[in-house]
Design a protein around this ligand. Structure first.
Ligand code: BG6
Length: 511
């Protein structure tokens, strides 16, 4: 992601992150087991953690240090670490030696006194008291934990004591709650101390969008309304709501995926080149482009959005129930599991270029990709092939799986006549680079430990995303707009096809 002229070192050549203590609030929870610990293990394996690095789990569940290590070791056996391989015993022991545990209620002052005492002791023993407070907790605790950390002076920084807080998604449930959460956090900590995670930004291919756009000379001249016809962004999942019915039925596809992940993808594609590779230069450009997304009127919500829910079907031989019959979902639920939107980015570069976004669960394939479709050639030159018989050029950035980039071109079919057909020029990451197994959280945790906020969301990014989504939420919550249905294992609802076909385009096939 970095180049020779950038101010930051290439990650792989960079040394271990500075010594610090990572306090994990919610140490016994699912996120810690599934993602945070596997990512820390991968960082330990790569030598990216300082020997003086420490982990302190904080949770109400009673554990001794030793118990907690056993708990994590058992969890690591269940949870795939990267590819599912058993952890390398040396790296795992290295990590476990650095694990400690504080039993504490997040609401009790005593918990924070223990955290403080730990850091004071570190300062005495090692001369540094750097700390990252990771909120692997349910969102209702984000603000209150931050407040108590603040009240106990735990955000006060000095030369040998940086203090940072990592806040997980979901960041609010609408514009008002996201603003309120930002305001609360900012009462206790400064913006530079707050690391709001969007795990999509930890994905290599998402970061590669910037490398592709700004590290190559050939794309940027074409990257505007004069040459681009429309953009499609897809995040299709085969998973259903699984065990997350309670959370998902209160949330839905729009809140779960759009103001965060989908808009981060959109921002990577649509932002202006930043002045530098600094976190704030990049985040400023992202905020600007998200702020330029047109906010819909009630009529536009009706016309340019599609919400849908899955019905029973089969995905790869697995039977899926009607969504309202899933565990912990209301039997009369009208919650959407799929959303498609047509958005406009109202700025100089993108005026008149529609951005179509779709995301849903229980679809035919798991695929996250961005398609940039270019305009057709202006003149019909090949008599045997009408220009509209061949699809226009399209650049497809595959975020996952089969990470890579392909360019759709027209080529001559061999033979005496000059007839054209579409061909793909395909670049696959795996052909060139050997990626180590990763959860996607490694980059994010490492960046937080080194103080690089580039891949984290700033308050204005988050609020801009919610501001776009809010009018849609308002209309839907008011019962406006039809709820469509689609069969589990299909490519989504017919209404989403109509949304894009109306403009003369087609979704990139999902099957
Ligand atoms: C999460 C959503 O943020 O992202 C999930 O809450 C979704 O519903 C997930 O499945 C998708 O992430 P990934 O990395 O599996 O594409």
């Amino acid at each position: 992601m970095t180049d020779a002229s950038s101010s930051k070192p290439a990650k792989d050549d960079s040394g271990p992150a500075p010594a610090s203590t990572l306090f994990i609030f919610g140490a016994s929870g699912d996120l810690t087991k599934r993602l945070v610990m596997p990512a820390l293990y991968n960082l330990a394996r790569e030598g990216a953690l300082d020997p003086a690095f420490q982990i302190v789990g904080v949770d109400i569940v009673p554990h001794t240090d030793e118990d907690y290590r056993t708990f994590l070791t058992e969890a690591a056996k269940e949870v795939a670490v990267g590819t599912g391989a058993t952890p390398n015993p040396t790296a795992w022991s290295w990590l476990m030696e650095r694990v400690h545990y504080i039993v504490g209620d997040f609401d009790s002052a005593e918990t924070y006194h223990k955290v403080r005492a730990w850091l004071d002791q570190r300062k005495t023993e090692t001369g540094q008291a750097n700390a990252v407070f990771y909120m692997a907790v349910t969102p209702r605790f984000f603000a209150s934990i931050a407040q108590k950390l603040g009240e106990n002076g735990l955000f006060e920084e000095s030369e040998n004591a940086f203090r940072r807080i990592v806040v997980e998604k979901p960041f609010g449930t609408d514009l008002a709650s996201a603003k309120a959460l930002n305001a609360h956090l900012l009462q206790s900590a400064s913006e530079h101390q707050i690391f709001r995670i969007d795990h999509f930004l930890g994905k290599e291919t998402v970061q590669n969008v910037m490398a592709m756009r700004f590290g190559n000379g050939i794309f940027e001249p074409l990257w505007n309304r004069n040459f681009i016809d429309h953009v499609q962004i897809t995040a299709a999942e085969t998973v259903t709501v699984e065990q997350r019915g309670k959370f998902y039925d209160a949330t839905g596809a729009l809140r779960d995926m759009v103001p965060n992940h989908m808009f981060q993808l959109l921002a990577m594609v649509a932002m202006e080149p930043p002045n530098s590779f600094d976190a704030d230069a990049i985040r400023t450009e992202k905020a600007k482009v998200i702020q330029a997304i047109g906010q819909m009127t009630p009529e536009e919500v009706e016309r340019d959005t599609v919400r849908a829910q899955y019905l029973a079907g089969n995905i790869g031989g697995r039977h899926v129930k009607n969504y309202p019959w899933e565990d912990n979902v209301a039997h009369d639920s009208r919650r959407e599991t799929y959303v498609a939107l047509k958005l406009n980015v109202d700025n100089w570069r993108w005026s008149g270029v529609p951005f179509y976004i779709r995301t849903g669960k229980a679809l035919a394939v798991r695929r996250t990709e961005i398609m940039i479709q270019f305009k057709r050639p202006p003149h019909r030159l090949f008599d045997e092939t009408p220009t509209d018989a061949v699809e226009p050029n399209a650049l497809v950035i595959r975020v996952q799986p089969n990470e890579g980039i392909s360019l759709r071109l027209a080529a001559k079919i061999p033979g005496r006549q000059v007839r054209l057909a579409e061909v793909d020029m395909d670049f696959r990451y795996s052909d060139y680079f050997k990626a180590e197994p990763s959860t996607g959280y490694e980059t994010l945790i490492y960046d937080c430990l080194t103080g690089d906020a580039t891949l984290f969301q700033r308050a204005d990014n988050i609020e801009a995303g919610w501001a776009v989504v809010q009018p849609i939420l308002d209309q839907w919550e008011a019962g406006q707009g039809e709820l469509h249905h689609y069969k589990a294992g299909s490519a989504g609802p017919a209404a989403a096809d109509r949304l894009i076909e109306r403009d003369g385009f087609n979704w990139l096939p999902l099957a």
